[in-house]
Design a protein. Structure first.
Length: 406
């Protein structure tokens, strides 16, 4: 089977995802995609007419983010019209899924040069967005799916994980992110976002709060206690949806703005090539994809699939946990990372070493592609070899990928 080599990865900085407030919020989402696609070509010099496909992740495909954003961003970036594009949605897992699809196409021998990536502008109004399950009452009876924040609190309650442990993880991720930014650990991947007139829109992370402490977090009220009793039209409340599967569970609400992922805008992309194409065109591989996997789990709890996904991709790679130098699991909520580390009994110094989404933010469709690039940069910085990346996704899913430096 041919190897799928990662040639390069780049991303925008993450801007605060609030309408009219963040450094990227005034831009069209295709503009963010265009920015990283332009940078990827300029950094590597490939002929865009050779691009077999562009797999793009965007979760909220409404309004300006509709209409196959991957294809439109490539056209906006001046790519040859031969470079086709497809936009997919695996909720939060879209950015890893786009990368896995691109890598698998190369590994299957069907394509030689493929780009993966994603864009999400959380600052956009989500007109037309539906609750999980899209008001399908039959599906709701089979698999009730509440709000993800309520799921996070439900999991923490079931696992007996208290707020102090989750807040401590949030403080640590802010500390790690601050160090990473100060030491320039993201500099290789980040490309500045310019306005159409050439002026600077944003060139640095906008969300981190390096002064975060246990005391400051302790003052924040739970974010999902009132939301749990929200009723959309004639649907059940989120609390009732959880109770449908877990009737005796009294949810302890422990997540808040400080130990949940940040709402941000951003885009990222990764260049994959076959060994034959890379050699013929002078492209130097940085890593190869060892294995990919997808896993589903309970849709009602929704956030628990990263652990089984990690185990599945390890088995597919013929590896053990001890073979992995660095892990990246998206911090959608603190309990996701905390449970991942506890269940797999991981050395915490190998997990999310440069902080995570609680500090840096989570541009949903782009995050997975960002994390792959972050792990690759960090493997090179530490002169280590193997990284595993996974993340929870709506519907109770998780994609995973293992990469190895070459």
């Amino acid at each position: 089977m041919p190897d799928a080599f990662i040639i390069d990865a780049c991303r925008t900085p993450r801007g605060i995802g609030k309408q009219g407030k963040g450094g990227l919020a005034h831009l069209h989402p295709q503009h963010l995609g265009r920015t990283v696609l332009e940078a990827l070509q300029q950094r590597n010099g490939f002929d865009t007419a050779d691009v077999d496909d562009i797999a793009w992740g965007t979760s909220s495909q409404v309004s300006e983010q509709s209409g196959d954003l991957g294809r439109m961003a490539a056209l906006d970036a001046g790519y040859d019209v031969k470079a086709s594009g497809v936009t997919l949605d695996r909720f939060c897992g879209s950015g890893i899924t786009s990368a896995n699809i691109a890598a698998n196409a190369v590994m299957a021998g069907m394509e030689d040069l493929v780009i993966a990536g994603g864009t999400e502008m959380m600052s956009l109004p989500k007109k037309g967005m539906m609750p999980m399950g899209a008001n399908n009452m039959h599906l709701q009876e089979l698999h009730p799916q509440p709000h993800q924040g309520v799921c996070a609190d439900a999991i923490a309650t079931l696992e007996g994980i208290g707020r102090d442990d989750l807040d401590a993880l949030a403080v640590e991720t802010q500390r790690r992110a601050a160090i990473a930014i100060k030491e320039g650990r993201f500099d290789r991947s980040i490309v500045p976002v310019l306005n159409l007139d050439g002026s600077l829109a944003l060139d640095q992370e906008e969300f981190p709060r390096p002064g975060t402490t246990m005391e400051t977090l302790g003052k924040l009220p739970p974010s999902f206690e009132k939301l749990a009793d929200y009723r959309h039209e004639e649907n059940k409340t989120y609390r009732e949806l959880v109770s449908q599967k877990y009737p005796d569970l009294a949810i302890n609400h422990v997540h808040h703005a400080g130990n949940s992922s940040g709402v941000v805008d951003g885009a990222a992309c990764i260049l994959f090539a076959s060994g034959e194409y890379a050699k013929a065109h002078g492209l130097k591989p940085r890593a190869r994809v060892v294995a990919t996997a997808n896993m589903g789990d309970c849709p009602t709890l929704m956030l628990n699939a990263p652990v089984p996904a990690a185990r599945k991709v390890l088995k597919r790679a013929g590896m053990e946990l001890s073979d992995i130098d660095l892990f990246e699991v998206n911090e959608a909520f603190a309990v996701v990372s905390e449970k991942f580390q506890r269940d797999l009994d991981l050395d915490r110094d190998r997990v999310n070493v440069n902080g995570g989404a609680m500090a840096l933010g989570h541009p949903i469709g782009a995050t997975g592609s960002i994390l792959i690039g972050t792990v690759l940069d960090e493997l090179e910085r530490q002169d280590k070899q193997v990284g595993l990346i996974t993340m929870c996704a709506g519907g109770g899913m998780a994609p995973a990928v293992i990469i190895e430096r070459v």
